[in-house]
Ligand binder design. Structure first.
Ligand code: ADP
Length: 490
């Protein structure tokens, strides 16, 4: 039950309220009698003085018992708790109204009486109670004088209630009861409001923790649906927590999807690699086996033919393996590039020269449109050469006899655009979107020798040069590949 934060907060509030209310109640109980005493003394402040000025209580140094009785009778009507004492100058009791036997003291301390006469006194001032040796009571006092000579004091014990227990105080005092009831009611109301408020405030934390728990139990592929209130608009900590959790869960989902995708493409890659390696290997093995088993029955021409084919297959295998290695090396995060400024026009000339014979043997015209003056670019010359070779090799490979392949360099304001155009087989738009993926080969072109890795290598090299390769192709009309490199001025 106390696992919920709202309940814990409520419990804390309750303890606090109870502690405070107990403190208040004890203060009220302690201060109420003092307050009442003060009130009592305040109300009867001039009582003794008035009596002294009205009645002559001492005549010729003798107590005027008659006057005292009259005063007492008058007093009894107003307040029966009042007791009247007459003392001498030192506080010795000379006469009193109380019945004989109940008065325990012979004298009272005169100090409080003197304090009572001071102008800057602070009430209540407690004086000795002649009825007891222990208790003190509020009083009113006045000096009794005759012929300007101090005869003694009129000492009126204001008496009233004495409180010996809390119940006693509570029973006798309406105001005190009201105060305590008000405190108790306030505590109850504050607790209720506190409870509801804490529940309301922590509700969003509760909802959030439930959503987190739900997310924890999933396979981290589906988004968590959070209530609208966590959209960061409120801007408090809970809102921030909610929107952060939402962003984090989205990131986790993305990462999980990426991992899953990577895992499946890794499996696909392994399957493709093993398939593509196995085909030439099986063919190589087949020819070698035939040569071994049927060596005697084969003609010299046949033997020559078989060895040639086996050699071709081993070359294919070697090409495939080296392309795989090359791609793996380039895909490595810290593939080392050798950036330098070089003449693109010179490189294009060289590569086209390299393919001249190949094109001629296929009866393809290999043209160049390269500016006469050297055009400099910045990049890794070895890798850019590889790009040109792959693109020209493909252009020749997928162009039938009698066709044309052109290498052109266009000088832009800041970049040099290299274009390899052919009038070959071309391909559909759907194909152009996939040819840069590893092992992708257009179905119709499968009779041509190829690995499906050449363009993946090209794409990666372009990425490493912070540029991209684009392709435009029309089936049976031809294909245009182009890429830009930043121009270098020297
Ligand atoms: P491959 O070794 O098969 O040529 P690439 O990655 O170089 O592998 O090319 C992928 C596929 O793109 C090729 O199999 C081919 O179908 C298609 N392709 C590439 N260049 C051209 C082109 N110039 N004309 C038509 N199709 C092309």
């Amino acid at each position: 039950m106390f696992n919920r934060i709202s309940n814990r907060l409520f419990l804390t509030l309750l303890i606090l309220l109870l502690a405070l209310s107990s403190l208040y109640i004890s203060m009220v109980i302690y201060s109420a009698p003092l307050f009442l005493q003060e009130l009592n003394q305040q109300l009867n402040l001039n009582l003794a003085e008035n009596i002294v000025s009205e009645k002559k209580l001492i005549i010729d140094k003798k107590i005027n018992h008659k006057a005292m009785k009259t005063v007492l009778n008058g007093m009894m009507l107003v307040n029966p708790g009042i007791e009247i004492y007459i003392t001498d100058q030192q506080g010795k009791l000379l006469a009193y109204s109380a019945p004989k036997g109940v008065v325990k003291r012979e004298s009272i301390s005169i100090e409080p009486v003197k304090k009572f006469f001071q102008t800057n006194r602070r009430l209540p001032i407690l004086g000795d109670d002649p009825r007891s040796h222990e208790t003190n009571k509020v009083f009113s006092a006045a000096p009794i004088k005759s012929n300007n000579q101090l005869d003694g004091y009129l000492y009126i014990v204001l008496g009233g209630q004495t409180y010996d227990s809390i119940v006693n105080i509570l029973e006798s005092n309406y105001m005190l009861r009201s105060w305590i009831s008000a405190i108790v009611i306030s505590v109850l109301i504050a607790s209720l409001i506190g409870y509801l408020l804490f529940r309301y405030i922590t509700r969003r934390v509760f909802v959030l923790s439930e959503a987190m728990d739900k997310f924890k139990k999933t396979d981290f592929t589906q988004s968590v649906v959070l209530p609208e209130r966590f959209d960061g608009r409120k801007g408090d900590e809970i809102d921030y927590l909610g929107s952060t959790f939402h962003q984090m869960s989205e990131r986790i989902i993305q990462q999980v999807k990426l991992l899953q995708h990577n895992d499946s493409s890794r499996r696909e890659l392994i399957a493709n690699v093993s398939h593509d390696l196995r085909t030439p290997l099986a063919s190589l093995q087949g020819y070698l086996e035939t040569l071994l088993l049927k060596n005697n029955s084969l003609t010299n021409i046949e033997i020559q033919e078989y060895i040639q084919t086996a050699y071709e297959q081993s070359k294919r295998l070697q090409k495939l393996i080296s392309e795989l290695f090359e791609l793996a090396r380039l895909e490595n995060q810290d593939a080392n590039l050798n950036f330098e400024t070089f003449s693109m026009s010179e490189l294009a000339h060289d590569v086209s020269h390299k393919f001249k014979l190949n094109a001629k043997s296929k009866n393809i015209i290999l043209k160049t449109q390269i500016p006469a003056r050297p055009v400099f670019v910045s990049g890794d010359i070895g890798l850019i050469q590889r790009v040109l070779e792959n693109l020209i090799d493909n252009a020749i490979k997928y162009t039938p006899a009698g066709g044309e392949v052109e290498i052109a360099l266009n000088i832009g304001e800041q970049a040099i655009s290299t274009v390899i155009r052919d009038s070959g087989l071309g391909m559909t738009e759907e194909d152009t979107q996939q040819i840069f993926e590893r092992f992708y080969r257009v179905e119709k072109h499968r009779n041509e020798d190829g690995s499906g890795l050449g363009l993946a290598i090209v794409k990666r090299i372009m990425q490493l040069h912070n540029t991209s390769i684009s392709v435009l192709s029309t089936p049976d009309k031809g294909t245009i590949f182009s890429f830009n490199l930043p121009q270098s001025i020297i």
